[in-house]
Design a protein around this ligand. Structure first.
Ligand code: BYC
Length: 314
Protein backbone atom coordinates (compact mmCIF):
# COMPACT_ATOMS: atom_id res chain seq x y z
CA UNK A 1 0.00 0.00 0.00
CA UNK A 2 2.79 2.35 1.02
CA UNK A 3 4.76 1.59 -2.14
CA UNK A 4 1.68 2.00 -4.31
CA UNK A 5 1.14 5.44 -2.84
CA UNK A 6 4.76 6.52 -3.35
CA UNK A 7 4.75 5.13 -6.91
CA UNK A 8 1.66 7.21 -7.67
CA UNK A 9 3.32 10.29 -6.24
CA UNK A 10 6.46 9.54 -8.30
CA UNK A 11 4.39 9.27 -11.49
CA UNK A 12 2.66 12.54 -10.67
CA UNK A 13 6.04 14.25 -10.36
CA UNK A 14 7.07 12.80 -13.73
CA UNK A 15 3.79 13.89 -15.34
CA UNK A 16 4.31 17.39 -13.96
CA UNK A 17 7.69 17.53 -15.70
CA UNK A 18 9.77 17.51 -12.50
CA UNK A 19 13.32 16.16 -12.48
CA UNK A 20 14.06 13.23 -10.20
CA UNK A 21 17.24 13.57 -8.13
CA UNK A 22 19.50 10.89 -6.64
CA UNK A 23 18.03 10.96 -3.13
CA UNK A 24 14.38 11.16 -4.23
CA UNK A 25 12.06 8.18 -4.07
CA UNK A 26 12.01 6.17 -7.31
CA UNK A 27 10.50 2.77 -8.21
CA UNK A 28 12.99 -0.10 -8.54
CA UNK A 29 12.19 -0.48 -12.24
CA UNK A 30 13.06 3.17 -12.90
CA UNK A 31 16.39 2.81 -11.09
CA UNK A 32 17.22 -0.41 -12.94
CA UNK A 33 16.31 1.02 -16.33
CA UNK A 34 18.52 4.03 -15.73
CA UNK A 35 21.50 2.01 -14.48
CA UNK A 36 21.26 -0.20 -17.57
CA UNK A 37 20.83 2.63 -20.06
CA UNK A 38 23.30 5.12 -18.57
CA UNK A 39 26.01 2.49 -18.05
CA UNK A 40 25.56 1.16 -21.59
CA UNK A 41 25.83 4.71 -22.82
CA UNK A 42 29.05 5.21 -20.78
CA UNK A 43 30.54 1.95 -22.09
CA UNK A 44 29.69 3.04 -25.65
CA UNK A 45 31.58 6.30 -25.24
CA UNK A 46 34.68 4.53 -23.95
CA UNK A 47 34.63 1.57 -26.36
CA UNK A 48 33.92 4.10 -29.13
CA UNK A 49 37.39 5.55 -28.57
CA UNK A 50 38.97 2.39 -30.01
CA UNK A 51 38.04 2.51 -33.73
CA UNK A 52 39.06 6.17 -33.90
CA UNK A 53 42.15 5.86 -31.69
CA UNK A 54 43.50 3.56 -34.35
CA UNK A 55 43.78 6.53 -36.73
CA UNK A 56 45.47 9.18 -34.55
CA UNK A 57 48.96 8.33 -35.78
CA UNK A 58 47.80 8.12 -39.40
CA UNK A 59 45.76 11.34 -39.64
CA UNK A 60 46.65 13.07 -42.94
CA UNK A 61 47.62 16.46 -41.42
CA UNK A 62 48.60 18.03 -38.11
CA UNK A 63 45.25 19.87 -38.04
CA UNK A 64 43.22 16.69 -38.53
CA UNK A 65 45.33 14.87 -35.93
CA UNK A 66 44.72 17.62 -33.33
CA UNK A 67 40.99 17.60 -34.03
CA UNK A 68 40.75 13.80 -33.84
CA UNK A 69 42.74 13.74 -30.60
CA UNK A 70 40.45 16.35 -29.03
CA UNK A 71 37.36 14.43 -30.14
CA UNK A 72 38.58 11.16 -28.67
CA UNK A 73 39.50 12.88 -25.40
CA UNK A 74 35.98 14.33 -25.27
CA UNK A 75 34.59 10.82 -25.56
CA UNK A 76 36.65 9.63 -22.58
CA UNK A 77 35.22 12.62 -20.68
CA UNK A 78 31.66 11.73 -21.72
CA UNK A 79 32.23 8.23 -20.36
CA UNK A 80 33.30 9.75 -17.04
CA UNK A 81 30.25 12.06 -16.72
CA UNK A 82 28.02 9.09 -17.49
CA UNK A 83 29.71 6.62 -15.11
CA UNK A 84 29.37 9.29 -12.41
CA UNK A 85 25.66 9.73 -13.21
CA UNK A 86 25.15 5.93 -13.00
CA UNK A 87 26.99 5.81 -9.66
CA UNK A 88 24.46 8.26 -8.14
CA UNK A 89 21.94 5.41 -8.50
CA UNK A 90 23.82 3.21 -6.03
CA UNK A 91 26.07 1.06 -8.22
CA UNK A 92 29.87 1.20 -8.06
CA UNK A 93 32.29 1.77 -10.93
CA UNK A 94 33.81 -1.66 -10.25
CA UNK A 95 30.43 -3.36 -10.71
CA UNK A 96 29.76 -1.39 -13.89
CA UNK A 97 33.08 -2.41 -15.44
CA UNK A 98 32.57 -6.03 -14.33
CA UNK A 99 29.21 -6.06 -16.13
CA UNK A 100 30.91 -4.80 -19.29
CA UNK A 101 33.68 -7.39 -19.12
CA UNK A 102 31.34 -10.28 -18.37
CA UNK A 103 29.11 -9.34 -21.32
CA UNK A 104 26.11 -8.57 -19.06
CA UNK A 105 26.12 -4.92 -20.10
CA UNK A 106 25.94 -4.04 -23.76
CA UNK A 107 27.49 -1.12 -25.61
CA UNK A 108 26.41 0.42 -28.89
CA UNK A 109 26.29 -2.00 -31.86
CA UNK A 110 28.18 0.53 -33.97
CA UNK A 111 31.57 0.11 -32.31
CA UNK A 112 31.84 -3.51 -33.37
CA UNK A 113 32.64 -2.49 -36.95
CA UNK A 114 36.20 -1.74 -38.07
CA UNK A 115 37.50 1.71 -39.12
CA UNK A 116 39.40 0.65 -42.25
CA UNK A 117 40.63 3.96 -43.64
CA UNK A 118 40.51 7.74 -43.21
CA UNK A 119 37.11 8.02 -44.90
CA UNK A 120 35.76 5.84 -42.09
CA UNK A 121 36.84 8.52 -39.61
CA UNK A 122 34.71 10.96 -41.62
CA UNK A 123 31.78 8.55 -41.70
CA UNK A 124 32.03 7.88 -37.96
CA UNK A 125 32.03 11.59 -37.10
CA UNK A 126 29.26 12.45 -39.52
CA UNK A 127 26.96 9.42 -39.22
CA UNK A 128 27.78 7.88 -35.83
CA UNK A 129 28.12 11.13 -33.88
CA UNK A 130 25.28 12.52 -36.00
CA UNK A 131 23.01 9.67 -34.88
CA UNK A 132 24.27 9.93 -31.30
CA UNK A 133 23.51 13.64 -31.10
CA UNK A 134 19.93 13.27 -32.35
CA UNK A 135 19.37 10.81 -29.49
CA UNK A 136 21.27 12.88 -26.96
CA UNK A 137 19.55 16.20 -27.71
CA UNK A 138 16.34 14.45 -26.79
CA UNK A 139 17.92 12.95 -23.65
CA UNK A 140 18.80 16.45 -22.38
CA UNK A 141 15.20 16.50 -21.15
CA UNK A 142 15.26 13.00 -19.67
CA UNK A 143 13.59 12.86 -16.25
CA UNK A 144 16.63 11.89 -14.17
CA UNK A 145 18.50 15.08 -13.18
CA UNK A 146 22.12 13.80 -13.17
CA UNK A 147 21.66 12.08 -16.57
CA UNK A 148 19.99 15.13 -18.06
CA UNK A 149 22.77 17.47 -16.86
CA UNK A 150 25.46 15.14 -18.23
CA UNK A 151 23.65 15.22 -21.58
CA UNK A 152 23.60 19.01 -21.77
CA UNK A 153 27.39 19.08 -21.49
CA UNK A 154 27.89 16.17 -23.85
CA UNK A 155 25.69 17.70 -26.57
CA UNK A 156 27.78 20.87 -26.67
CA UNK A 157 30.84 18.80 -27.57
CA UNK A 158 29.03 16.30 -29.77
CA UNK A 159 27.84 18.85 -32.33
CA UNK A 160 31.48 19.74 -33.01
CA UNK A 161 32.20 16.01 -33.54
CA UNK A 162 29.49 15.72 -36.15
CA UNK A 163 30.93 18.68 -38.06
CA UNK A 164 34.43 17.21 -37.88
CA UNK A 165 33.16 14.12 -39.70
CA UNK A 166 31.09 16.02 -42.25
CA UNK A 167 34.08 18.23 -43.10
CA UNK A 168 36.23 15.15 -43.81
CA UNK A 169 33.54 13.69 -46.07
CA UNK A 170 32.92 17.00 -47.86
CA UNK A 171 36.66 17.43 -48.51
CA UNK A 172 37.03 13.90 -49.83
CA UNK A 173 34.08 14.47 -52.16
CA UNK A 174 35.94 17.50 -53.57
CA UNK A 175 39.05 15.38 -54.12
CA UNK A 176 40.18 12.78 -56.66
CA UNK A 177 38.04 9.98 -58.10
CA UNK A 178 39.70 7.55 -55.64
CA UNK A 179 38.90 9.81 -52.70
CA UNK A 180 35.27 10.12 -53.77
CA UNK A 181 35.06 6.32 -54.05
CA UNK A 182 36.54 5.91 -50.60
CA UNK A 183 33.97 8.30 -49.12
CA UNK A 184 31.10 6.50 -50.85
CA UNK A 185 32.42 3.11 -49.73
CA UNK A 186 32.58 4.31 -46.11
CA UNK A 187 29.03 5.67 -46.43
CA UNK A 188 27.88 2.29 -47.78
CA UNK A 189 29.37 0.42 -44.81
CA UNK A 190 28.30 2.80 -42.00
CA UNK A 191 24.80 3.88 -43.07
CA UNK A 192 22.81 0.81 -42.00
CA UNK A 193 24.66 0.16 -38.71
CA UNK A 194 24.15 3.89 -37.88
CA UNK A 195 20.38 3.46 -38.35
CA UNK A 196 20.52 0.47 -35.98
CA UNK A 197 22.00 2.68 -33.24
CA UNK A 198 18.48 3.91 -32.43
CA UNK A 199 17.50 0.40 -31.33
CA UNK A 200 14.72 -1.91 -32.55
CA UNK A 201 11.45 -0.60 -34.00
CA UNK A 202 9.07 0.70 -31.33
CA UNK A 203 6.88 -2.38 -31.69
CA UNK A 204 9.88 -4.65 -30.88
CA UNK A 205 11.47 -2.56 -28.15
CA UNK A 206 10.77 -4.20 -24.76
CA UNK A 207 11.99 -1.27 -22.66
CA UNK A 208 10.27 1.56 -24.53
CA UNK A 209 6.87 1.65 -22.91
CA UNK A 210 8.22 2.11 -19.35
CA UNK A 211 10.91 4.47 -20.63
CA UNK A 212 8.31 6.71 -22.28
CA UNK A 213 5.94 6.53 -19.27
CA UNK A 214 8.79 7.59 -16.97
CA UNK A 215 10.04 10.18 -19.48
CA UNK A 216 13.47 8.57 -19.56
CA UNK A 217 12.95 8.54 -23.33
CA UNK A 218 11.34 11.75 -24.55
CA UNK A 219 11.06 10.42 -28.11
CA UNK A 220 10.85 6.83 -29.30
CA UNK A 221 13.49 4.83 -31.18
CA UNK A 222 11.62 5.20 -34.50
CA UNK A 223 10.90 8.91 -34.06
CA UNK A 224 14.57 9.64 -33.47
CA UNK A 225 15.71 7.39 -36.32
CA UNK A 226 13.36 9.27 -38.67
CA UNK A 227 14.76 12.64 -37.56
CA UNK A 228 18.28 11.42 -38.29
CA UNK A 229 17.31 10.04 -41.72
CA UNK A 230 15.56 13.24 -42.82
CA UNK A 231 18.53 15.38 -41.80
CA UNK A 232 21.24 13.13 -43.15
CA UNK A 233 19.73 12.41 -46.59
CA UNK A 234 19.85 16.13 -47.31
CA UNK A 235 23.42 16.48 -46.05
CA UNK A 236 24.48 13.56 -48.27
CA UNK A 237 22.89 15.18 -51.31
CA UNK A 238 24.72 18.46 -50.75
CA UNK A 239 28.14 16.81 -50.95
CA UNK A 240 27.19 14.31 -53.67
CA UNK A 241 27.04 11.06 -51.69
CA UNK A 242 24.43 8.40 -52.44
CA UNK A 243 22.47 6.75 -49.64
CA UNK A 244 22.93 2.97 -50.10
CA UNK A 245 19.21 2.18 -50.09
CA UNK A 246 17.34 1.56 -53.34
CA UNK A 247 14.02 1.91 -51.49
CA UNK A 248 14.78 5.36 -50.07
CA UNK A 249 12.01 7.71 -51.13
CA UNK A 250 10.53 10.99 -50.00
CA UNK A 251 6.96 10.43 -48.86
CA UNK A 252 4.86 13.48 -49.85
CA UNK A 253 2.07 12.46 -47.49
CA UNK A 254 4.16 12.20 -44.32
CA UNK A 255 6.81 14.74 -45.28
CA UNK A 256 9.53 12.21 -44.33
CA UNK A 257 11.85 9.83 -46.14
CA UNK A 258 10.80 6.16 -46.22
CA UNK A 259 13.62 3.62 -46.13
CA UNK A 260 14.12 -0.05 -47.00
CA UNK A 261 14.21 -2.88 -44.46
CA UNK A 262 16.81 -2.79 -41.69
CA UNK A 263 18.66 -6.07 -41.24
CA UNK A 264 17.65 -6.86 -37.66
CA UNK A 265 19.35 -10.27 -37.78
CA UNK A 266 22.65 -8.47 -38.21
CA UNK A 267 21.77 -6.09 -35.34
CA UNK A 268 21.01 -8.95 -32.94
CA UNK A 269 24.12 -10.86 -33.99
CA UNK A 270 26.29 -7.81 -33.32
CA UNK A 271 24.78 -6.78 -29.96
CA UNK A 272 24.95 -10.36 -28.74
CA UNK A 273 28.71 -10.53 -29.20
CA UNK A 274 29.17 -11.80 -32.76
CA UNK A 275 29.96 -8.68 -34.79
CA UNK A 276 33.21 -8.22 -36.73
CA UNK A 277 35.14 -6.61 -33.83
CA UNK A 278 33.36 -7.56 -30.56
CA UNK A 279 36.13 -9.85 -29.40
CA UNK A 280 38.89 -7.40 -30.28
CA UNK A 281 37.13 -4.47 -28.54
CA UNK A 282 36.60 -6.37 -25.31
CA UNK A 283 40.10 -7.90 -25.22
CA UNK A 284 41.59 -4.45 -25.69
CA UNK A 285 39.48 -2.96 -22.88
CA UNK A 286 40.27 -5.81 -20.46
CA UNK A 287 44.00 -5.70 -21.25
CA UNK A 288 44.35 -1.96 -20.58
CA UNK A 289 42.00 -2.08 -17.61
CA UNK A 290 44.24 -4.72 -16.01
CA UNK A 291 47.41 -2.84 -16.90
CA UNK A 292 45.95 0.27 -15.26
CA UNK A 293 45.30 -1.49 -11.93
CA UNK A 294 48.33 0.21 -10.35
CA UNK A 295 46.91 3.66 -11.13
CA UNK A 296 43.65 2.82 -9.35
CA UNK A 297 45.58 1.36 -6.38
CA UNK A 298 47.79 4.45 -6.15
CA UNK A 299 44.75 6.78 -6.29
CA UNK A 300 43.03 4.74 -3.57
CA UNK A 301 46.15 4.82 -1.36
CA UNK A 302 46.45 8.60 -1.84
CA UNK A 303 42.79 9.06 -0.92
CA UNK A 304 43.24 7.01 2.27
CA UNK A 305 46.36 8.94 3.22
CA UNK A 306 44.63 12.31 2.75
CA UNK A 307 41.64 11.14 4.76
CA UNK A 308 43.90 9.97 7.61
CA UNK A 309 45.64 13.36 7.58
CA UNK A 310 42.33 15.21 7.70
CA UNK A 311 41.23 13.10 10.68
CA UNK A 312 44.55 13.81 12.40
CA UNK A 313 44.07 17.57 11.93
CA UNK A 314 40.46 17.40 13.14
N1 BYC B 1 23.38 -1.13 -29.52
O1 BYC B 1 14.09 -1.98 -25.62
P1 BYC B 1 15.21 -1.32 -26.34
C1 BYC B 1 28.50 7.92 -28.88
C2 BYC B 1 19.55 -3.23 -26.88
S1 BYC B 1 27.93 6.50 -28.19
C3 BYC B 1 23.43 -2.13 -28.59
O2 BYC B 1 14.84 -0.34 -27.41
P2 BYC B 1 16.32 0.82 -24.72
C4 BYC B 1 29.83 7.95 -29.45
C5 BYC B 1 19.01 -2.66 -25.57
O3 BYC B 1 20.08 -2.31 -24.72
C6 BYC B 1 26.18 6.67 -28.24
N2 BYC B 1 22.32 -2.58 -27.94
O4 BYC B 1 16.23 -0.67 -25.28
C7 BYC B 1 30.90 7.50 -28.73
C8 BYC B 1 18.17 -3.81 -25.08
O5 BYC B 1 19.00 -4.86 -24.57
P3 BYC B 1 19.17 -5.13 -22.98
C9 BYC B 1 25.52 5.69 -27.36
C10 BYC B 1 21.16 -1.97 -28.25
O6 BYC B 1 17.44 0.89 -23.77
C11 BYC B 1 32.16 7.46 -29.30
C12 BYC B 1 17.59 -4.33 -26.38
O7 BYC B 1 18.45 -3.96 -27.42
N3 BYC B 1 24.23 6.26 -27.09
O8 BYC B 1 27.80 8.86 -28.83
O9 BYC B 1 14.99 1.29 -24.26
C13 BYC B 1 32.35 7.92 -30.61
C14 BYC B 1 16.18 -3.82 -26.64
O10 BYC B 1 16.19 -2.42 -26.99
C15 BYC B 1 21.06 -0.92 -29.16
C16 BYC B 1 23.41 5.78 -26.15
O11 BYC B 1 23.71 4.81 -25.49
C17 BYC B 1 22.23 -0.50 -29.82
N4 BYC B 1 22.25 0.47 -30.73
O12 BYC B 1 16.68 1.71 -26.01
C18 BYC B 1 31.28 8.42 -31.30
C19 BYC B 1 22.14 6.54 -25.94
N5 BYC B 1 19.78 -0.52 -29.24
O13 BYC B 1 19.76 -3.88 -22.38
C20 BYC B 1 30.01 8.46 -30.72
C21 BYC B 1 21.39 6.14 -24.69
C22 BYC B 1 19.08 -1.30 -28.40
O14 BYC B 1 17.80 -5.39 -22.44
N6 BYC B 1 20.64 4.96 -24.89
N7 BYC B 1 19.91 -2.17 -27.81
O15 BYC B 1 20.11 -6.30 -22.89
C23 BYC B 1 19.39 4.92 -25.41
O16 BYC B 1 18.83 5.92 -25.79
C24 BYC B 1 18.67 3.61 -25.42
O17 BYC B 1 19.32 2.72 -24.53
C25 BYC B 1 18.60 2.95 -26.84
C26 BYC B 1 17.91 1.58 -26.68
C27 BYC B 1 17.76 3.82 -27.76
C28 BYC B 1 19.98 2.73 -27.44
Amino acid sequence: MHNEHTNQHFQLRIDNGEYIEAKDYMPDGYRKHLIRQISQHAHSEVIGMQPEGNWITRAPSLRSKQILLAKIQDEGGHGLYLYSAAETLGISRVELIDQLHSGKAKYSNIFNYPALNWADIGAIGWLVDGAAIVNQVSLQRTSYGPYSRAMVRICKEESFHQRQGYEIMANMMKGTKEQREMAQDAMNRWWWPALMMFGPHDTDSPHSSDAVKWKIKRETNDELRQKFIDKTVQQAEIIGLTIPDKDLKFNEKTGHYDIGKINWDEFHRVINGNGPCNKQRMEHHIKYHNEGAWVREAAEAYKKKRLAKQLEIA
